[in-house]
Design a protein. Structure first.
Lengths: 168, 373, 144
């Protein structure tokens, strides 16, 4: 052979495909929360030391370290504590852009959940706005996170800042 | 050799290792273990200065998934915290180093991870370099099998020898209620098991299993208050080898040999033969033989006792397996090993490893006596 | 309650000059190149640096297509989407003639005759099939 070296021009890339299947166990706490959605119930768990209610339910309070073994139902309505207006499409979902992604403090919960706000013009979103869950119709709910389609404004007067500032 | 702080293991908690926990997520498994470890030492979370967590996001399938462990480790008020994408036996080293600085006196070292959620043969293929090795599809069982074939060719070790080694571990593991595999198996039975990846039979490699663990460590002055019989760290060292499989001598663990030499020197112990028991993170009988060789131990000798816990063959909850070696050494030396206690044990070696074919190894020398006056 | 999810990510790993030229050697020349590296000898396949002390790789050295198996692991039940063959095969480490390190690859035929010490030769993919990948060598096969 004549070559004293490999070709001067390198192959620039190699293609590889990472393929990783996972089997996730929900765990009893999450399973209970998800199943309750079928009955239009939103569950949280209560800190045995401070009484704070965490949604979704968790096994212990990250703040007090105490167990949260009591399940409580919280309302399916609450307050937008903070929000943002998103202009980037979500892969795999046909959401109209821009959309409002919000942090919602449900009545009875001490921390907020993330929620999609619809049936609203993006520029009308505001902190303190009262919202309610819009559920999938009876018979269609599966007991999974898609049972709540989105949240929408209720039209009630806004909540005062003092009532939600600690639940951001 | 400079004088270091005497640091001890003062507590160890784990869940029994199971094939799959159907009721809890990985971090939910860790919570009761942290609570139990603190209860064992009679401490509140606020009494612990430092926390280290060990897990791997790749196995969890969640980028930054390790952050979820913070919630169950008692991370408020804001704590000094460290996470390693490594087995717990290495995480304990970082806790030891932090305590050496004098900035902290006590630490918890936690591990979590549900091996059953991902597929280790695929996940740990990604530890290999992506141009020449990963595309071939080599996983950890395959690389262990390559190592086994090379070792057997060099030393003349036979399939029957591997079966005998595995049967020894299985016999030792019977009485250990924390093991996933608790039934004895004869060498003949194990030698009759089908191939996992030849020359490793399924009887020579652990099943998929998971748990959570928590070690409690404390410096002299605090350790004695937390434990009636603290297990003192007399020496420790860890060494990494090359990544490329074909550039290494897979039939020997140069890293373990060097780490052991350094750790034993730090401990002022002449050789590994001077300890009473050795707990190895040996996932296969071949790894066990290679490690014993690296430690300068005769595989046929009855002392030191090797893997009195049953070893990783009986329970291999990835990321926790090394912590369990330390935990077993703690139990043995502090008189908490019950019927499987090695009588009169005063010194132990606990080994941890990471990567394909024992690429990275850590050797701990532990004892009932403080090392430095 | 559980969820089965498959995470699949395509990657384009950029190669750099050493790995890139080695792969070009496979693709365009059907040649396996090694690199002389301090303290390691002729490294195949090359990285461009010494894994021992980080020093730069030196001259290119062509190695033979033939070599000796230094380790072999027979896979009786291949795993799909991971293993390179759907039927039983063996992973091998092969020290090619002229190299000081072993290359990781596969043998697909003659598995019952395959041993540590076996002599093997590279089986190349056709000109159209080679893309600049370690798998431009389809497999190694036993030299009888």
């Amino acid at each position: 052979m004549n070559e004293t070296e490999p070709p001067k021009d390198p192959v620039r890339y190699i293609d590889s495909n990472v393929y990783l299947p996972y089997h996730y166990v929900a765990g009893d706490y999450r399973a209970k929360y998800l199943r309750a959605l079928k009955d239009k119930k939103i569950l949280g768990s209560k800190c045995s030391k401070t009484g704070k209610v965490f949604v979704m339910p968790i096994v212990n309070s990250p703040e007090s370290f105490a167990p949260c073994d009591e399940f409580v139902e919280v309302a399916d309505r609450g307050i937008v504590t903070t929000f943002c207006i998103v202009n980037i499409p979500v892969i795999g979902r046909s959401l109209e852009i821009p959309y409002v992604a919000a942090s919602v403090a449900l009545d009875g919960a001490d921390i907020s959940i993330f929620a999609l706000i619809q049936e609203i013009k993006a520029e009308d979103a505001r902190m303190g706005m009262r919202v309610e869950a819009v559920w999938k119709p009876d018979g269609e709910r599966q007991g999974d996170h898609e049972d709540i389609l989105h949240f929408r404004p209720t039209g009630e007067p806004d909540a005062p800042m003092e009532s939600f500032i600690h639940r951001l | 050799m400079s004088t270091l702080r005497n640091v001890a293991f003062v507590g160890f908690a784990q869940l029994p290792v199971v094939a799959r926990d159907e009721h809890r997520m990985a971090t939910e498994m860790l919570y009761p273990v942290v609570v139990d470890a603190l209860r064992q030492v009679g401490a509140s979370r606020d009494d612990i200065d430092y926390q280290v967590s060990a897990s791997t996001d790749y196995m969890d399938g969640r980028p930054f998934g390790f952050v979820a462990a913070l919630d169950v480790m008692g991370s408020w008020p804001a704590r000094q915290d460290l996470h390693l994408e490594m087995d717990g036996s290495f995480a304990a080293y970082y806790a030891w180093v932090k305590i050496q600085t004098g900035e902290v006196d006590t630490a918890i070292v936690c591990t979590h991870g549900k091996t059953s959620e991902g597929e280790p043969e695929r996940v740990f293929n990604l530890q290999l370099e992506p141009y020449y090795h990963a595309p071939i599809g080599i996983g950890p069982t395959a690389s262990a099998a390559l190592q086994a074939s090379a070792y057997m060719a060099r030393t003349g070790t036979t399939d029957a020898d591997l079966a005998a080694r595995a049967a020894r571990n299985r016999a030792a593991g019977v009485g250990n209620s924390d093991n996933q595999v608790r039934d004895a198996a004869s060498a003949q039975q194990l030698q009759g098991s089908p191939w996992a990846i030849e020359p490793l039979r399924s009887g020579y490699v652990p099943p998929i299993g998971e748990t959570a663990t928590c070690l409690v460590m404390a410096a002299e002055g605090k350790a004695e208050k937390l434990c009636d019989r603290p297990v003192w760290i007399q020496g420790v060292d860890h060494r990494a080898e090359l990544q490329t499989l074909g550039s290494r001598d897979l039939t020997r663990s140069a890293g373990t040999a060097l780490a052991a030499k350094k750790a034993l020197a730090m401990a002022n112990v002449g050789s590994a033969r001077d300890v009473d028991l050795v707990e190895l993170l040996s996932v296969t009988p071949v790894e066990e033989l290679i490690l014993l060789d690296a430690l300068g131990l005769d595989a046929a000798a009855s002392t030191p006792v090797v893997n009195p816990s049953g070893g990783p063959l009986c329970a291999h909850p990835i990321m926790s397996t090394g912590s369990i070696r330390l935990g077993e050494a703690f139990r043995q030396l502090s008189g908490r090993a019950g019927d499987r206690g090695v009588a009169g044990a005063k010194r132990a070696i606990a080994h941890g490893a990471q990567g394909h074919c024992l690429q990275q190894n850590i050797v701990w020398v532990l004892g009932t006596e403080k090392r430095w006056a | 309650m559980f969820q089965d999810v498959v995470m699949e990510f395509p990657y384009k790993h950029s190669t750099g000059t050493t790995i890139g030229r080695f792969l070009a050697g496979l693709k365009e020349q059907k040649r396996i190149w090694g690199q002389r590296v301090p303290k390691q000898g002729v490294v195949v396949p090359p990285l461009g640096y010494s894994e021992i002390d980080g020093s730069e790789g030196g001259e290119w050295v062509a190695v033979e297509n033939t070599g000796t198996v230094t380790a072999c692991a027979r896979v009786h039940t291949p795993i799909d989407h991971l293993h390179p063959s759907p039927t039983p095969f063996a992973f091998v480490l092969v020290k090619l003639d002229g190299a000081d390190t072993a290359l990781a690859h596969v043998v697909t035929d003659g598995l019952d005759r395959l041993r540590v010490g076996s002599r093997v030769v590279a089986d190349w993919r056709s000109d159209e099939e080679r893309v600049g990948s370690i798998r431009d060598i389809a497999c190694f096969r036993l030299v009888d």
